[in-house]
Design a protein around this ligand. Structure first.
Ligand code: NAP
Length: 262
């Protein structure tokens, strides 16, 4: 299936590794020009080289910076002529016990995982409406649907974003202009973030990485972790011309872990 988005411009935030990179790859393979961001320049340039090799006909622009800071967002937005597709992403907040979190910890999480995506949406949505095409995908977490007790900062901040977007996506002046906003909710995906967490649990429990990874994967009905390419393919479909009637939704990708009928 051709996705019909060749020649569009996408901003994919936090995309040198993991899920963001998976989304950038899928979009580039569909002929979309991309601006990709990350704080570390070395991995970002390596990813850009990989993306250019995947499709030499697209433009791949890199912006090194922190997307949770106003200057990081300004540079990212300035790097494209306009934005047709926005993939919101950033690092997730750390786990812990809420008794130990200060106001600053909360502000940091809300800033990164709620206010940053909202600010980027604010910057691009009117242009999308004027051009009668826009696709916004917010990478959040399965924790929005089924909270994880140790990830309270993530549960809280991402639910705030999800609630805000639920209202915005349904405004006729947005949905009626062929501009869609959806959440993409990862369960466990085999990225550096998950690998780091498994390595820490293995160290804590005196087990090997392989033992702990196998135990964790067994808790997923699919009996494996997701991979960034399949995440990216779903993201690209949500950004396609075919997905214009899907908006305000939260698409869970968790290998069947969520136990509900809906
Ligand atoms: P990852 O493999 O660690 O990759 C994170 C990417 O984001 C890197 O390219 C990183 O590059 C970039 N990044 C992080 N903070 C940034 C910032 N402030 N500004 C710009 N770039 C930034 O992580 P991932 O697994 O893809 O996770 C992506 C998001 O999905 C996170 O919010 C995570 O919490 C969430 N999530 C992941 C899983 C999972 O199983 N993987 C499950 C649920 C939710 P730099 O470090 O160089 O900036």
């Amino acid at each position: 299936m051709k996705l019909g988005i060749e020649g569009k411009w996408a901003l994919v935030c936090a995309a040198s590794k993991g899920l963001g990179k998976g989304c950038a790859k899928a979009l580039v393979m569909e002929g979309v020009n991309v601006v990709i961001t990350a704080r570390g320049d070395e991995a970002l340039q390596a990813t850009a080289t990989e993306l250019r090799a995947l499709n030499p006909n697209v433009q791949v622009v890199t912006v090194t910076g922190d997307i949770t800071l106003p200057e990081g967002r300004a540079s990212a937005l300035a790097a494209a002529p306009h934005i047709d597709i926005l993939v919101n992403n950033a690092g997730g907040p750390p786990p812990g016990d809420f008794r130990n979190w200060s106001r600053d910890d909360w502000i940091k999480a809300v800033d990164a995982n709620m206010l940053t995506p909202i600010d980027l949406i604010k910057s691009v949505i009117d242009g999308m409406c004027e051009r009668s095409f826009g696709r916004i995908v917010n990478i959040t977490s399965a924790a929005v649907k089924a909270p994880i007790d140790t990830l309270g900062l993530s549960n809280g901040a991402r639910s705030g974003l999800t609630g805000f977007v639920a209202g915005l996506a349904r405004q006729p002046q947005v949905a009626g202009k062929n501009v869609t906003i959806n959440g993409l909710l990862p369960g466990p995906f085999d990225t550096e973030r998950l690998q780091t967490m498994i390595a820490a649990w293995a160290k804590r429990d005196g087990k090997t990485y392989e033992e702990l990874a196998a135990v964790r994967a067994k808790t997923v009905p699919a009996r494996r972790f997701g991979n960034a390419d399949e995440f990216g393919a779903t993201c690209a479909f949500l950004c396609s011309v075919h997905a214009g009637y899907i908006t305000g939704q939260n698409v869970l990708m968790d290998g069947g872990s969520f136990p509900g009928t809906f």
